[in-house]
Design a protein around this ligand. Structure first.
Ligand SMILES: [Zn+2]
Ligand SMILES: [Zn+2]
Length: 656
């Protein structure tokens, strides 16, 4: 007599294209999480098919060890993973790895219970109310729809999408709120607590292990009602997702650049479509892609034209840095100094913004012109005066500052070139010795606790002047901050990035939006060398519409996204000669297609990165063609050696 054994296919969280054969003596269903032997290890995987005929002999096939007592991974979710793998060209197993982000959670433990939410009503404007009701209606109907919630900074977008959370909760559905850089969102969580009297379930990469395990389990079991997370939260196995929000939808941190390369916002739309639930994209500065989808009728726009309550938008002025006398090592213009003095005398707060960490972006020898480069990358080393070290912001290589120039061997000839936040801090200390100063960068805000402390200091008016990088640009609300000074408005405009102007506009707008968010009127001063640039003019006149239509026009002419499709292939190898040779092999296999153009190979702008030599191909396709199939065939034709890495980036956002 033999027991019944079922043949199954199990997908494992490893970079494999296909599931593996196993057998099960216990009953399993498609979607079940199963523990299986794999080589010398055991691994959790997901049953992808049951009762399959194996090509291997049954006695060579291993048995599963156990099944997790959890709701199975839904058909919708499995379809979503298949779609993601197909779209990004990442192996299906690598996509599953993002789902099984806490394998410890699959082991049975105590049941997680959550305290119920209560809802504190909030006074909403007629516009806010109308938008909120539209979201609630779609949640009740359980139908897919993409809303765009567009509104100036401080217009109360968050309160509007909170309305949807309430409705989803009443319907017994889970809500997922994606936010950029969740670890910086302490003020967001406080607002949520004010409104719902509970803490939402958090999800991000810095979560401690135990908390991560608990969060994953409660999401899969359906006990967690509201999940707020980074882009990776998109891949969690929600039991009954009914409502999704992508906050600051234009933010580039939704793009994952390593492993499975994907754009979280775009995948969120696909996930909502598959889950048959509404999705809200919220932003003061929607991306061109999103605006294009409004224009073509795919998305529905809701607009909040005014700031909430009594506050008005800050005034914006440009400071032309081409004229006026320049003093060596001085970066704060006379006009900005005067504005700081004035604000300081009214006991209001100032934010000086420069999106550059460290003291100076490079050290250069004034004897021979040598600059200090990273030995692993083709980049400059950034000078951090606070730690007196040179640091590569790409590979994290560090070294002390040398006393002697490594090239001409002269002593004490290396000097800093250009400003970073530390240098602005130094200048502020000299100019305003009485001001209480706070520096906010990813170097000084290394933990959520430190961030909370810093925010508390600003809120309690223990600080007069804040010098900060882009960590200061996002979402924060400081009632006494009335002046924002941008040290170098042109910083993001150079380089080969097709979104450079759009990004700069969004960043300057967001930073400026920190000013005057209560009854105090704010102002924004931007130092620039190109005051006539469309970005500067748009910022100055709050003329988002004409800037974006100009920007759209230039992309339309060039068939660039959102009017055409783009993909990048980065080929990297440690041996420079072998890499170049392989790149030439790839070039000789370039596919030909009427609606597609392949540019390259060319050395990537950062040609050497962490000791890898990098080359780039750029695939441009007409809107009606999906480049994935062509790329897949191309890669299959060339036979990639194990010493080479080929990363496919569909719709690239970074061009280094
Ligand atoms: Zn030298
Ligand atoms: Zn480096």
């Amino acid at each position: 007599m033999s027991t019944t054994v079922t043949m199954i296919k199990v997908l494992l969280p490893k970079p494999f294209l296909e599931p593996f054969d196993y057998k099960a003596a216990i009953k399993v269903c498609v979607g079940d999480y199963v523990l299986v032997p794999f080589g010398r290890q055991t691994l959790w995987g997901v049953v992808w098919a049951v009762d399959t005929i194996s090509t291997l002999q049954a006695d060579k096939i291993k048995s599963i060890i156990s099944v997790a007592s959890l709701p199975p991974l839904s058909k919708t979710m499995r379809d979503f993973l298949e779609w993601t793998s197909h779209y990004t060209l990442a192996p299906l197993g690598s996509v599953l790895k993002m789902v099984l982000a806490s394998p410890e959670a699959l082991v049975k433990e105590e049941v997680v219970s959550m305290s119920p939410m209560t809802f504190h009503p909030h006074t909403l404007s007629p516009e806010q109310k109308a938008a909120g009701m539209a979201f609630q209606d779609a949640i009740r109907k359980q139908s897919f729809k993409t809303f765009v919630l567009e509104g100036v900074t401080g217009s109360g977008k968050t309160e509007v999408y909170f309305e949807g959370i309430k409705e989803a909760y009443d319907q017994g559905k889970q809500s997922l709120i994606l936010v950029p850089e969740i670890s910086l969102s302490t003020q967001w969580v406080d607002r949520f607590k004010d409104r719902f009297a509970v803490t939402p379930t958090l999800w991000h990469s810095d979560l401690p292990l135990a908390q991560r395990r608990k969060a994953w389990r409660s999401i899969a079991e359906g006990a967690a009602s509201v999940i707020v997370g980074a882009r990776s939260a998109l891949f969690l196995p929600y039991k009954n997702l009914g409502y999704m929000v992508v906050d600051e939808e234009h933010d580039h941190s939704y793009k994952q650049e390593t492993g499975v390369i994907y754009q979280g916002r775009d995948l969120a739309v696909m996930r909502a479509y598959m889950e048959k639930c509404p999705l809200v994209l919220s932003s003061a500065t929607p991306s061109l892609e999103t605006l294009h989808n409004i224009e073509t009728g795919k998305y529905e726009r809701w607009h909040l034209p005014n700031r909430h309550g009594v506050s008005v938008m800050p005034t914006v002025a440009l400071i032309d840095m081409r004229h006026g006398k320049k003093t060596q090592g001085q970066w704060i213009s006379k006009a900005l100094q005067d504005a700081i003095t004035e604000t300081f005398s009214r006991q209001e707060q100032v934010l000086l913004f420069l999106n550059r960490r460290g003291y100076a972006p490079l050290l250069i020898c004034h004897g021979c012109g040598h600059h200090m480069d990273c030995p692993n990358c083709s980049t400059w080393l950034v000078y951090h005066k606070s730690t007196s070290r040179l640091q590569c912001h790409h590979c994290n290589y560090q070294r002390p500052v040398p006393k002697q120039c490594p090239q001409c061997l002269e002593m004490e000839t290396l000097s800093p070139c250009g400003p970073g936040v530390e240098r602005i801090e130094e200048e502020v200390t000299q100019l305003f010795p009485k001001a209480r100063l706070l520096v906010m960068t990813s170097d000084t805000l290394s933990s959520p606790k430190k961030l909370k402390e810093s925010i508390g200091k600003i809120e309690n008016q223990e600080v007069d002047i804040i010098v900060g990088t882009q960590v200061m640009a996002k979402g924060h609300h400081f009632p006494y901050l009335t002046l924002v000074g941008v040290i170098d408005g042109d910083l993001g405009l150079s380089g080969g990035d097709l979104r450079a102007a759009e990004k700069t506009y969004q960043l300057l707008y967001q930073v400026g939006g920190r000013a005057g968010r209560t009854h105090l009127t704010g102002r924004v001063l931007i130092q620039t060398h190109c005051p006539d640039h469309p970005v500067m003019q748009a910022i100055k006149h709050y003329d988002q519409a004409s800037f974006l239509s100009l920007e759209a026009e230039s992309r339309r002419t060039l068939d660039l996204p959102p009017f055409g499709k783009l993909a990048a292939l980065i080929v990297a190898g440690k041996d420079p000669i072998a890499t170049e040779k392989f790149v030439q092999t790839m070039a000789s296999h370039i596919p030909h297609h009427t609606d597609l153009e392949i540019l390259g190979p060319s050395p990537a702008p950062i040609h050497q990165l962490n000791q890898w030599h990098r080359w780039r191909f750029l695939v441009k396709a007409k809107k009606n063609l999906s480049p994935q199939k062509v790329i897949k065939q191309w890669l299959q034709a060339v036979n990639i050696p194990s010493t080479m890495k080929v990363a496919v980036d569909i719709d690239p956002y970074s061009f280094f």
